[in-house]
Design a binder for this molecule. Sequence first.
Ligand code: B16
Ligand code: MG
Length: 228
Amino acid sequence: MRFLKACLFDLDGVLCNTAKYHFIAWKKLADRLGISFTERDNERLKGVSRMESLEILLSLGKKQYSPEEKRKMAAEKNGNYLALIRKMTRDEILPGAVDFLQYVRSRGIRTSLGSVSKNAGVILERTGLGRFFDSIVDGNRVTRAKPDPEVFLTGARDLGIPPENCAVFEDAQSGLIAARRAGMARIGIGNPEILTAAEFCIPGFSSMAPEKLLARIESAMEKRQKGA
Ligand code: B16
Ligand code: MG
């Protein structure tokens, strides 16, 4: 590949469906607080940090809470979440993701995980996905959540690859905006009407042969670099 040298992957919603566990864990807290919290509300939490997620959830209720109460609530949600993800298995990896990771690596393209989750390590270990990455950037390494580009710029720096030769796979608009700010190519996983910051979208990795997907990214990068 002339232009594509590294692929950077979001974790939740791209490689495995942990968004459902975040939802169950937040909902448990919301129910206890008497706050109505739906799957639609949960969409707003994707790619957002834990404390920002809590603020969004609490904004759906009427009560005000002290910083100490909020810290305890975030810890409670994380306990709910950890209990769920500690039971994960490799069966929860999304279809086509492992084939794509293996194909990319066989072509000499480097890989980085770019998640703002502090729990990414548990998920990588439970699913066995960790071995597919040359670099792992998670919420324990970065201080700024998406849409800040820190998570992806750190990954590119780990790999020693310039941002313009990196492609990001993301299921959240906040993550795609982070990738755009980082100056990287952007592939949305999901609905193009929602993921408007993507250069193009696919429903998932099983929807297209890996070589076709790489060719499509390479041509998008080539166009962008010629236009620049
Ligand atoms: P934690 P990603 C993000 O992960 C999730 O999308 C978001 O819903 C979550 O609040 C955030 O991680 C923090 O996660 O509470 O586990 O530290 O999409 O960047 O892989
Ligand atoms: Mg995600």
